[in-house]
Design a protein around this ligand. Structure first.
Ligand code: 4NP
Length: 154
């Protein structure tokens, strides 16, 4: 397990966590930081699916193509493989703890906890929302990605 490895977790792994994965991949490349990055869902309902078309459209607006991403479900092994696991909201945190081993190696936390002033807040679930919600998710995950890379670069 490398400390410089990050897993993003949401419910379906088709909206928020793939967008966070894309944002961190882009920021890591921009800052020249080597980091292993993935995303997963607590739920299994979208396993094997490409990201939601609205998530694809929003990331593509920022020049990033995530059409090849495929959803997968979080596994117990992820808690050994990744240095950090960031979840999007409190529901994800609760569901994750149902799968987590007794002593996970990964440091687990809410994604927005890495952003000063956003401690304890959620990345909103855009699934039943509109395009604006996907834009808001992108804003949140890109700000968070900058803070994660800054931390990893230390
Ligand atoms: P995500 O969004 O957790 O950000 O990928 C959702 C995806 C699917 C569902 C809910 C949220 N769903 O109910 O199927």
């Amino acid at each position: 397990m490398s400390q410089k490895s990050v897993l993003f977790v949401c419910l379906g792994n088709i909206c928020r966590s793939p967008m966070a994965e894309a944002a961190l991949r882009a920021e890591a490349v921009a800052q020249g930081i080597a980091v292993s990055i993935d995303s997963a869902g607590t739920g299994a309902m979208h396993v094997g699916d490409a990201p939601d078309p609205r998530a694809q459209a929003e990331t593509l607006r920022h020049g990033i193509d995530i059409s090849s991403y495929r959803a997968r479900q979080l596994t117990e092994a992820d808690f050994r493989k990744f240095g950090h696991i960031y979840v999007m909201d409190q529901n994800n945190l609760r569901d994750l703890h149902a799968v987590a081993p007794w002593r996970p190696l990964a440091k687990i936390g809410l994604l927005m906890d890495v952003v000063p002033g956003r401690h304890g807040t959620a990345v909103l679930d855009p699934y039943y929302g509109g395009e604006d919600d996907f834009a808001e998710v992108w804003e949140d995950v890109t700000v968070a990605a900058k803070h994660i890379v800054a931390r990893l670069a230390k």
